[in-house]
Design a protein around this ligand. Structure first.
Ligand code: FA5
Length: 359
């Protein structure tokens, strides 16, 4: 009869000496494979008489288990070592610049969107999203613009064919329906922004049929116009990267806010092709805003006697044009590689308030 202890030590020594997975597999086949030494011994069991089988059976099974366990352990060690070696040999310096011939660039709209999100994240605002194909009810009716209201004419709407759900849909004409979605789903305090695509039947150098807005909404107890002004001010200072700005509020009208205001920022456009913020005798239009109309709060299940809110909606494309000096909104969407190379941003320079918004 084979010396089981000696065979076990021999196989375990081979396992320990196996320097890679292929060598270890060869040891496994030599011991536990169909014609392996351990399998051959196990095959003799049937020929043993019952008494001898009782003694040899546990020993042989113990041998098989010990060999299998040693192989599994060694396999784990070899896999770890292989991974370590791979990690060492495949080290990649992610801080190296990309190759200039392959470098793509970040579209100015994406850049501006990231800048806006970074600024508002710092002020404690979350980001909310809504669909481009929106319920008429959310785009208009819940925002206090009933079907026969003349304010629907202010936003040249793309209507969408009736959908299976029987509801009327439009391509959203502004990001304000995300206010509705947010208020229907969350209880105050609410602090959110919603950047996204919007659509109107409109096209010239400063109007595009598809453009971008960013909505901001705050709802809480005791919210007033001062909070709105402070927030617009902080946002403009951070976005235009200047400490001194001067804002001017003009009375305006939006059915979903009362009172409604439009904000302008002092600027200087006396040098052709150049715009300077904070000084000068000109005013730059930023966008609309106001205190959320109590009917809108009610439509969204929020008690207007307890909560107040402010909201504003600015045009992101216009803000990008102003900040980065692009004269025509249509070039944003022409996919001209030369334009993208000129106005695009470095993909690895992610805008942050402490690292710099626009390097
Ligand atoms: C609105 O769309 C309101 N929803 C804004 C608002 C939100 C008011 C919350 C009150 C409270 P308005 O139609 O003015 O407002 O559009 C806002 C901004 O979108 C404009 O100032 C402009 O910068 C931009 N904008 C409007 N139409 C176009 C267009 N066709 N192309 C590019 N930008 C546009």
């Amino acid at each position: 009869m084979t010396d089981i202890t000696a065979l076990q030590s021999d196989i375990l020594a081979q396992v320990a000496a196996a320097s890679d997975e292929a060598a270890l597999e060869a040891v496994r086949v030599g011991a536990l494979g169909k014609k392996g030494s351990v399998s051959a011994l196990l095959a003799t069991m049937g020929k043993l008489d019952p008494e001898e089988r009782k003694v040899q059976g546990p020993k042989l099974n113990g041998l098989k288990d010990a060999v299998a366990e040693a192989i599994a352990q060694r396999k784990g060690q070899l896999a770890d070592a292989a991974l370590d070696a791979r990690l060492v040999s495949e080290t990649l310096d992610v801080t190296l610049p990309t190759r200039s011939e392959n470098a793509g660039s970040i579209h100015p709209i994406s850049q501006v969107l990231d800048e806006v999100v970074a600024i508002f994240a710092d002020l404690g605002f979350g980001v909310a999203e809504g669909p481009d194909v929106e319920f008429d009810d959310y785009n208009f009716t819940k925002l206090n613009i009933p079907p026969d209201h003349p304010a629907r004419q202010m936003q040249d709407t793309f209507y969408v064919a009736p959908q299976a759900d029987g509801m009327s849909h439009v391509l959203r004409t502004h990001t304000s329906p995300v206010q509705v979605r947010t208020m229907l789903n969350a209880k105050p305090p609410i602090r959110m922004i919603s950047p996204g695509r919007t659509y109107r039947v409109d096209s010239d150098a400063t109007h595009s049929p598809m453009f971008h807005q960013v909505e901001a909404l705050v709802v809480d107890e005791g919210i007033h116009l001062g909070h709105l002004k402070w927030t617009v001010e902080q946002f403009c200072k951070a976005f235009f990267e200047i400490d001194q700005i001067e804002l001017r509020a003009r009375p305006s009208f939006f059915p979903f806010t009362e009172p409604s205001l439009e904000w302008d920022m002092r600027c200087d456009r006396s040098v052709p092709g150049k715009i300077t913020f904070g000084t000068g005798n000109d005013w730059l239009e930023l966008g609309g805003s106001g205190m959320v109309h109590r009917k809108v709060l009610e439509n969204c299940g929020i008690d207007p006697n307890r909560y107040q809110g402010f909201a504003f909606g600015f045009g992101l494309d216009r803000m990008a044009m102003l900040k980065y000096g692009m004269p025509d909104i249509r070039s944003f969407f022409e996919s001209d590689l030369r334009w993208l190379k000129h106005y695009g941003f470095q993909p690895l320079d992610i805008p942050t308030l402490d690292g710099g918004l626009s390097r």
